[in-house]
Design a protein. Structure first.
Length: 360
């Protein structure tokens, strides 16, 4: 009887252990699936013929998957033939699945803009018709303010009104297999996007390790030898140069501004504006990941200090009194923390990949 009781007890304990293990595994599997879902987002982009747009977007690091299809039209299950009649309202669109921890929606949209004429109505390249209109369609309502802000910044670079529509995705149908990965299957096939943009897309979002290999922090002793006394005091000791008596406050040629300590690109001339403060002012950096913010309570004020992330150089401060049509921010930067490279010398000095940002 005692043996039977012990056996029953052991079997019961074993069953509990198995059930507990299975529950833990199930919980871990669910957790992994949730994590996987959270690491992916989607956006739908229309930029003319979807063959070229799809091929461009898939080159970008952080883009997980691309698929071409037809979006926001009337009727069900459209095909290329019916969409080409220009009577369905459907637009050739690329569904983009991306990893937000590798590329931000803002960065993805900025790269997308380089492939289109955002002021052209129902026409991109040689392709004409409402199916070739440009658009940004989101499925997550939280993306709406990001898209609106991005479009506002884009509009600030054009005198003519933009023709890019942006709204929630209404419907979407996957295109025929013939159109999927078209330029992979047909290298040299028709494309309205220049080949050099594909190369730019491949290099536009390098992995952090690649960026660190190219730009590294310089020690203070070396900086003292390399920089002028003013440049050193500004970047290392948080000094502020005099307004209206610095090198770049009224510099408005096309070009790029790099960190004086590391030579890493930080700002471009297309985002520079006249603020009247006496220092160079920008609406945004090339990429927000290049900078870090710190609370600055010096001089009896509370401000947000801006430093370069790689070089840890003091650059200036950021304020929320910038032009509303450019996002509302003003990056007030010391000239002494920057080096300006005019457009005509950018390729020669190794910044050729950034020239396209000047043509927005």
């Amino acid at each position: 009887m005692k043996k039977a009781s012990v056996l029953i007890l052991l079997l019961g304990t074993l069953s509990l252990l198995i059930a507990s293990t299975q529950a833990m595994q199930t919980k871990e599997n669910v957790s992994e699936k949730v994590k996987e879902v959270n690491m992916k987002k989607e956006i739908y982009l229309a930029g003319g013929c979807f063959w070229g747009t799809e091929h461009f977007l898939k080159q970008i690091r952080g883009v997980i998957k691309t698929e071409v299809g037809y979006a926001n039209g009337k009727g069900q299950h459209p095909d290329y033939r019916t969409v080409s009649t220009d009577k369905t309202g459907f637009v050739e669109t690329v569904r983009v699945e991306y990893a937000p921890d590798q590329i931000s929606l803002e960065k993805l949209l900025e790269l997308f803009y380089t492939t289109i004429d955002p002021t052209s109505i129902n026409k991109q390249g040689n392709d004409v018709g409402s199916q070739y209109r440009t658009g940004i369609y989101y499925t997550d309502k939280a993306d709406e303010p990001l898209v609106k802000a991005s479009m506002a910044r884009l509009a600030s670079h054009y005198a003519r009104p933009l023709a890019v529509e942006y709204k929630m995705l209404e419907n979407y149908y996957t295109a025929e297999e013939y159109h999927q990965d078209y330029l992979d299957k047909h290298p040299g096939g028709y494309c309205h996007i220049p080949q050099e943009l594909f190369r730019m897309a491949q290099e536009a979002n390098p992995a952090p390790s690649a960026q660190k290999a190219k730009y590294t922090r310089v020690d203070d002793a070396s900086l003292k030898k390399k920089l002028s006394s003013l440049q050193y005091e500004v970047t290392r000791n948080n000094a502020t140069e005099a307004p209206f008596k610095n090198e770049y406050w009224n510099e408005f040629r096309d070009g790029i501004y790099v960190d004086i300590t590391t030579s890493e690109p930080l700002f471009v001339s297309t985002d520079k504006f006249e603020s009247g403060c006496g220092w160079p002012s920008f609406s945004k950096p090339i990429d927000h990941s290049l900078l870090m913010e710190k609370t600055d309570r010096s001089h009896g004020m509370t401000r947000t200090e801006i430093r370069s992330k790689t070089g840890d150089a003091h650059l200036g401060h950021v304020f929320n009194d910038g032009p509303a049509d450019k996002g509302g921010m003003r990056y007030c930067i010391n000239s002494a923390a920057l080096r300006f490279i005019p457009k005509e010398k950018m390729k020669e000095e190794g910044y050729g990949e950034y020239i396209l940002l000047l043509n927005k």
